[in-house]
Design a protein around this ligand. Sequence first.
Ligand code: CP
Length: 317
Amino acid sequence: MSAPSPRPTFGHRHLLGIGQLRPHEIAILLDAAEADVEVSRRIDKKKTVLKGRTQINLFFEASTRTQASFELAGKRLGADVMNMSVARSSVSKGETLIDTAMTLNAMRPDILVVRHHAAGAVALLARKVGCAVVNAGDGAHEHPTQALLDALTIRRRKGRIAGLRVAICGDVLHSRVARSNILLLTALGAEVRVVAPSTLLPSGIELMGVDVFRSMQDGLEGADVVMMLRLQRERMEGTFVPSIREYFHHFGLDAAKLSRAKPDALVMHPGPMNRGVEIASEIADGPQSVIEEQVEMGVAVRMAVIETLLAGAEVQP
Ligand code: CP
């Protein structure tokens, strides 16, 4: 009789991007998050698995969903959680990212959750500190926990990821959410489409294994999932769309455009939403929208990520 095959393991100290993960590692995180959805729906939501551990959230960019859910996730696991207010820290006096990180590292946290406006900044920081690091969004590079929570939402609703047609629509050029989702969904066997005007498509996006559409009517045809992206005006230098009105007319999700997708297609948006820019209010609040469910899944996914990383972590010397 042959020996049983070893249990698949998660082989990473940090979570810096979906690009570093193999499909079975994505599945480990999604399966762990399923259990944490149930924990978060209990009256007593507290686990004690990270009792005595310290989590620091270090956000150099604005956030509502990601920061709040990482804080709740850490607390529900029993960790002590500190939110660094960057605006009131010595960063405002000129301290560098690395000096700030090294200062916090000296206080012996077990995990740092970092959002930064520069692509690659979180990976750089991870090389300098002695604890686990989670990328909570770095510039236009990656937002791995967003893609994981999106995948969990889809998997729970549709029962699978493989074979689904997912249309990712809007400002793909500036979107770390799009990049992480493309990496994750293609790794798990989905058919991924990106739909955007030429000005909002990165050159060479086809090399990521997606089909490219410049019309919502064509791109949404037969879609199982329609994932809208925010028009990220804060990252734009110059003019990418003629006017908001025209953008909404051609690329905003309304009932007519959504009718091209399957009747039971899910409507998703990572937030924050610009109603009347990339999505009509009646669709955002309509029966096909799972936008609030995405937020709920965010806490479970972040619990799973933190617990998985710290389960294998050694205490720094
Ligand atoms: N989706 C997302 O990252 O939202 P926040 O910017 O509010 O964290």
